[in-house]
Structures are given as C-alpha cells and as structure tokens.
Design a protein. Sequence first.
Length: 268
Amino acid sequence: MEDKQRELGEEEKEEEHAKVEIWKYVFGFVEIAVVKCAIELGIADAIESHGSPMTLLELSSALRCDPSPLYRIMRVLVHLKIFKENPATQIGPKVYAQTPLSKRLLKSGENSMAALILLESSPLMLAPWHGLSARIQGISNSEFESVHGEDVWSHAAANPDHSKLFNEAMACDARVAVPAVIESCLEVFKGIETIVDVGGGDGTTLRLLVEACPWIQGINFDLPHVVSVAQECDRIENVGGDMFDCVPKADAVIKKSVLHGRGDDECI
Ligand SMILES: C[S@@+](CC[C@H](N)C(=O)[O-])C[C@H]1O[C@@H](n2cnc3c(N)ncnc32)[C@H](O)[C@@H]1O
C-alpha cells in the first residue's frame, strides 16, 4: 500500500516536472536569439569600454537604442546569468555589470567566442539542422551541400564576409583548445623543427603554438581564399593549396577541426 502511494507520488512529481520542463523546448530558441542579439548590439563591448557597470539609460544611449526593448533583453540576459544586475542604492540606480560569461560575448579579445556563436546561429549554418529528421529517416540529405547547393568551402570562397566570420569562429575554438593542448602535451612538440597545420584557417593555432615553442617554424596551409587573408606572423609561412593535391613537407602535421556535428568535416 505504502509502495503504491510512493509510486503515485513519484508519478505526480514527474508529471509536474514535465509541465514545466516542456516550456524549455517550446521557447528553447529564445536563449540563443537573445545572446546573438547581445553580441550584435555590442552590449558587452559597451560595458567594457565604459570601464564600469552601466545604467539602462547609459547603455541605451551608448548602443543608440530604445531603453524599453533593451530593458526586456537585459532581463533575459540577467536571468541567464550572462550579465549581473547590481540593485539600485541610495546613491544611484540599478546597473548592469559584466560577468566572465558576458566577457566571452566581446567582439574581440583572447576569450571572445562571439564569432563562433554568430556562425553557428546563422540561418546558413542552421538550415541543415531543420532537415535532421528527414536525414535520419533517409528521406533527404540535410548536409550543407544538399541544402545550399554547394559545399561549405566553395560557399566561403565565393562569400568573403561569411568566410571572414567562419575563420574568426574557428579562431575562437583554437584560442580555447590550443593552450589546453600546449599545457598538457608540450613534450610532444619537443624535437620538432617544422610543423604544417593542414586546414589551419587564419593561423591562430600555429601562432599560439610557435609562441609557446620558439624552436618551431610553422606552415599554415589552407585554401587560397583563406590564407590570402590569414594573419602574418614571425616564424609562420602561409601557403595556399588543396590538401587533396599535396601538402607542404614538414617534420609534423597538425589537423585540428572544430566539432560541428554537421558533417562539414566529411568535406575535408
Ligand atoms: C573546420 S575548419 C578548421 C580550422 C582550424 N584548423 C581550426 O580548427 O580552428 C577546416 C579548415 O579546412 C580548410 N579546408 C577545407 N578543405 C580544404 C582543402 N581541400 N585543402 C586545404 N584546406 C582545406 C578550410 O578552409 C578550413 O579553414
């Protein structure tokens, strides 16, 4: 009898939990929409250049937007714990402050993840996800190429703005991943004089590596449209080409890829 009652109690709890939980999926897209909005408006950048927490009016004036809709966006961002709200005091009104998370929304800087968020949430990159069920059922192929009529690299070559965003997005990941690799596996790079990064993007991976390993000369190898705008760095040569034709010779090769779960990497 007691077991039955306990079971019913559990079921009721699960039912109540489900009633609340389902709304996460109904409005799940709101979080990313608001974060994307925060990056595009430059909210974190405005507070950073102000140098201290800002009131709603200071923020709306810096961003040149209406305080009323901005207030609603700030409420969501505070609820998500992306920005902090410091309550009004006797000497001043409520202010919005940065957090370690909001600093990752800055448009530039070593910790910025803004470009990666903007890339992954762009209609172009989201489109293949809308065909996920059809792909699972084998009804259609929802990969980038099937949806957009060209592969991700040809699209980037023909669209410099998208290519710039793509390369900056890859650099966001490199700034997180490469220092972790260097910190835990520096030994691996000892004795290597030359290293080629195949599909090295804008050269961020190699830049971080040669900074940490001054004995290494790097070759940043990528498609011509990527290396033509890659960063110039001491001890790094940018070489354009197609890895399916040939790859520059070196003591070692790096092949780093951001995990997309979208099948992009099948293209390379
Ligand atoms: C997913 S990105 C990874 C970029 C960088 N390695 C990183 O992880 O931050 C793949 C890179 O491979 C390059 N790529 C694609 N096809 C290539 C090819 N056939 N030859 C050389 N590079 C290629 C792209 O331009 C792009 O920069």
